[in-house]
Structure formats: C-alpha cells, structure tokens
Design a protein around this ligand. Structure first.
Ligand SMILES: Nc1ncnc2c1ncn2[C@@H]1O[C@H](COP(=O)(O)OP(=O)(O)OP(=O)(O)O)[C@@H](O)[C@H]1O
Ligand SMILES: [Mg+2]
Length: 322
C-alpha cells in the first residue's frame, strides 16, 4: 500500500464578496496524495483548483478543515521552525512564466531565492555554483546566470521557475497549470522535464490543469473538480476507461479522438448551460443544473463523495454505496 504524504480533510476556503455574499471557492474537499505520485487536478476555469493548491501551500488560511503533511497538521498556526520546515518541503510552480519571475532580478538571484531564505551560509561563488547546477538540471546553461527574465522564451522561463522551486530540495510540488501558457510544441518538453525530475528526486506532484487530456500522461491519479467540489477521483487509466460522474463523462467526450472512424461513431455528451455562480450556491448536487440524469433527489440533497469501488471515488446519487 502506498504511503500517504498529504491528507486534505474537509477543506473549505470561502471568500466574503460583498454584503452577505459568500463565494465557496473550495467547498468541503477531502482526498489524499501518496508519496511519489502525481495527482492531476482538472476542471473548468473558476472551479477552485488554484485556491485549493494555494490553501494546501499555506498561501491562504482555510475557512475550515485541515491539511496534514506526513500526518501532522500544517494548516493551522505553526511555530517559526515548523513554518520554515514546511516552506522547504513544499514548493509551487506557477502558470504564467512571464508574471512569476521578477523582471528586475538576474536569474542567479531568482533561483537562489530559496537558498537564501533557508539562510544557508554560502559564499558568493558557492551560491552561484549551486545555481548553475540547478540550471543545468532543468536544461539551461551556465551563461544564463547573469541574464534577466526578459531575455528568455516562455519555456525557458518556466524552466527557471522549476529550478527556483527545486533549489531547496522540496518533497512536494504544486504545479499550477505549469504548461498552459506555453506553446504546444514546448508543453511536452516541460512535462518530460517534470517527470525526469520527479524520478531523480522522488518528488510528489499536485499537477493542476484545465484540460483532462493534458494530465493523462503525467498523472497516476486524476481528480475532477466542479464548482469547488471534488466530483471524481481515480487512477488515470480508470478515469479514461470508466468515468462515472456525468461531468467527467462530458469532459472526456469533448476530447477529439485521433481515429476519424471512431470519432464519427461515438456519442457525445454535450454539457448544457454554463457553470452556475459559485456565490450562494443552492442545496443539492452542484452539477444538477447541467446534468441530463438529474432527479428530485439531486436537486434536494448534496451527494457524498464516496468510494464506489476500490480507489474510485465519486460524488453522484447514481452510484450508491455498495
Ligand atoms: N482572493 C479571492 N477573492 C475572492 N474570490 C476569489 C479569490 N480567489 C479566487 N476567487 C474566486 O474563487 C473561485 C475559484 O477560483 P480559482 O482561481 O481557484 O479557480 P481555478 O479553478 O484555478 O480557475 P482557472 O482555471 O481559471 O485558473 C472563482 O470564482 C474566483 O473568482
Ligand atoms: Mg487557476
């Protein structure tokens, strides 16, 4: 059995937006991340993926619920020592390689930020030496240390962001749409780099993406979010072979098949309507306004997120607990 690295328990992150208006960006999400795995997290824009990632990373205080790292709560107040330890073990890679690097800083200082924050007493040359090592690890060169972010392409900038995240030997990385802003031709290179680094340093990833086909290749398991909730979670393979939630089925049926014959034959599940506003969501299943199977039960009661077969979790009234 795999070892659990992170446990997310009934996590909620609400934002107060205006008078008596609560935006439930993350609404009672529970799941575990195993050591060494890549968990892909997908869902439409605004469903709460980044908020969930940021809350796990302690960039937001949760409204309620908790996050446990190696069995220890990290979502509440931590001592300075614990906080520092936490920062070292968990790192984040951001979507926009143009926004996430300070344009006034040289590459050497960007990448060494992590080293400096851990107060490792390094001399100037040792510090630069370490940065060069990191740059080479992500496919950049020694000559790049003295340059500024604008002198690089999007793919190269993302590599700088990855080098910065790796600088302090993290165990767990939240990659928030790390390839979405890149050209399609560069995306595979960055994914391959992340995979290589994962093997080399036994990293665990939470890999966030819009598009379910984008995470198929890199993820061991995939979680699908809808309006702040996790609606399905299972292995990558099962998610594609036997998706249970009507929302996942719709997401998958939107991916074009490479074989034109198969493409012509298959039936499409078309999603009707748009995602409702996450402010003041009514009771019942959040997906019911767009679900072709919706019944009165779905409109009244929120379905529990439960395990319907081993390792396959779903929140839908169509699948009852065995
Ligand atoms: N700081 C904030 N204050 C108020 N509302 C917020 C804040 N951050 C996010 N939200 C809202 O929370 C919801 C979830 O946003 P989030 O950025 O987590 O979605 P996402 O799934 O990452 O979307 P995308 O795919 O576009 O990145 C959205 O409705 C968003 O407007
Ligand atoms: Mg996001």
């Amino acid at each position: 059995m795999s070892e659990v690295l992170l446990e997310i328990k009934n996590l909620k992150k609400y934002f107060e937006v205006g008078k008596n208006q609560t935006l439930k960006a993350v609404d009672d999400v529970s799941f575990q991340i195993y050591k060494g795995e890549t968990l892909g997290l997908v869902g439409e824009s605004g469903c709460g993926k980044s908020t969930l990632g940021r809350t796990i990373m302690r960039l937001y205080h949760p409204t309620s619920g908790e996050v446990l790292y190696n069995g220890k709560t990290i979502s509440g107040h931590l001592s300075r020592g614990e906080e520092k330890e936490c920062c070292r073990k968990m790192q984040m890679i951001f979507q926009d390689p143009y926004m996430s690097l300070d344009p006034r800083m040289k590459v050497v200082d960007i990448v060494a930020e992590g080293l400096d924050s851990q107060n490792t007493a390094l001399s100037r040359s040792e510090r630069e030496e370490q940065v060069v090592k990191l740059l080479e690890m992500v496919g950049l060169q020694k000559e790049h240390v003295g340059r500024f972010p604008h002198e690089f392409s999007g793919g190269q900038r993302q590599r700088i962001g990855i080098a910065r995240a790796l600088a302090i030997n993290p165990e767990f990385i939240v990659a928030d749409e790390p390839i979405s802003a890149l050209d399609v031709s560069i995306q595979a290179q960055v994914v391959n780099l992340l995979k290589k680094l994962q093997d080399e340093f036994s990293l665990t990833y939470l890999f966030i993406a819009h598009d379910i086909s984008m995470v198929k290749y890199i993820s061991n398991r995939i979680g699908v979010m809808y309006l702040g909730s996790l609606v399905e979670l299972t292995s990558s393979q099962t998610m594609f072979d036997n998706p249970l939630h009507p929302y996942t089925q719709a997401l998958l049926s939107a991916i074009p098949l490479p074989d034109p014959k198969a493409e012509k034959k298959r039936s499409r599940v078309v999603l009707e309507g748009t995602v409702p506003s996450p402010v003041n969501i009514p009771d019942g299943c959040k997906f019911c306004s767009r679900c072709r199977y919706a019944t009165d039960e779905c409109r009244k009661t929120t379905p529990n997120f439960h395990e319907v077969e081993e390792g396959h979790w779903v929140a839908c009234h169509r699948y009852k607990k065995p």
